[in-house]
Design a binder for this molecule. Structure first.
Ligand SMILES: Cc1ncc(COP(=O)(O)O)c(C=O)c1O
Length: 301
């Protein structure tokens, strides 16, 4: 087995304490933090790099270049070691210190862009570098690359379908690129058109939910497909911090803030769901990445 084989097939955890199973409704979190680099983005990174290798656009010795809020970058950096490539990532400067350290631990390089310009500024920088030296780089362009959402269409959705024995009724997720939301729901709705798609959104464009975008106000929506969302739920940053701590202390799940935001939206969904609903959400990344951040340092223990 190599690192690529270890991506996916993550367990589906039943949240028994955070949600007391009223009216036979159950909530499950898919343990994406157990992927080899610690996040759901291993699936998309693997699919995009494999596509580059199989089409010959990525060859050992080349440099992988992309814009990322951190998780995809960590996945690229880990996988590049196996392929024999270097990695340069454009990231807003306010990405957490731990994320930058993880990229560097795998030997990756970071170009910091203005925090005020957010993910869009990081994308502009990557495009500028690509235009200046297109022979040097493999630029997966995760915001527009169909292999990103297809990775979830082919793997995440099928795993959820299998793991719930086809009983899933609701899928709840937020969006960074939208790969997880779009790919998983597109396939699940093909399996069962009655499955309800719930889009979790930060409650404001200026939020502390690392890795997530306020997709309604994002300038560039890429492959995001709003028609898959039957319902939208806005989530507050402070409430997500509190849920991050509860998941660790009550469920033994040390996950990141976007995972906790997903769980909050799943609970909100459960309150209005029909009896016996099976609600599935994504536990996007590991909480170990956030131990030096306000979620834990400001009254977290
Ligand atoms: C921590 C975290 N959660 C969730 C997401 C959303 O994933 P996607 O890009 O599939 O929408 C990201 C994306 O980078 C992320 O970093």
């Amino acid at each position: 087995m190599d690192i690529f084989d270890a991506v996916g097939n993550t367990p589906l955890f039943r949240l028994r304490r955070i949600w007391r199973e009223e009216r036979g409704i159950s909530i499950y979190g898919k343990g994406e933090f157990l992927n080899p680099s610690g996040s759901v983005k291993d699936r998309a990174a693997k699919a995009m790099l494999m596509d580059g290798l199989s089409t010959g656009r990525l060859r050992p010795g080349m440099e992988i270049l992309d814009a990322t809020s951190g998780s995809t970058g960590i996945a690229y950096a880990m996988m590049a070691v196996q392929i024999g490539c270097s990695v340069t990532l454009c990231m807003p400067a306010n990405v957490s210190r731990e994320r930058k350290q993880l990229v560097k631990a795998y030997g990756g390089s970071i170009i910091e862009t203005s925090p005020l310009e957010g993910p869009e500024g990081a994308c502009r920088k990557a495009q500028e570098l690509m235009r200046a030296a297109s022979d040097r780089y493999f630029y997966p362009d995760q915001y527009d690359n169909a292999r990103n959402w297809q990775a979830h269409y082919e793997t995440t959705a099928e795993e959820i379908w299998e793991e719930t024995g086809g009983a899933v009724t609701h899928f709840v997720a937020g969006t960074g690129t939208g790969g997880t939301f779009v790919g998983t729901l597109r396939r699940l709705k093909e399996r069962d058109p009655g499955i309800v798609g719930v889009l979790m959104q930060p409650d404001s464009p200026f939020h502390g939910l690392e890795g997530l975008r306020h997709i309604c106000t994002a300038q560039h929506k890429g492959f995001f497909d709003a028609s898959l969302a039957d319902r939208e739920i806005a989530v507050d940053t402070e409430a997500s911090y509190a849920m991050t701590r509860r998941l660790a202390k009550e469920e033994g799940l040390l996950v990141g803030i976007s995972a906790a935001a997903n769980v909050l939206a799943a609970i909100e969904t459960a309150k209005n769901a029909p009896d016996g609903a099976v609600i599935v959400t994504i536990l996007c990344d590991s909480g170990i990445r956030y131990l030096d951040e306000p979620v834990w340092t400001m009254g977290g223990n």
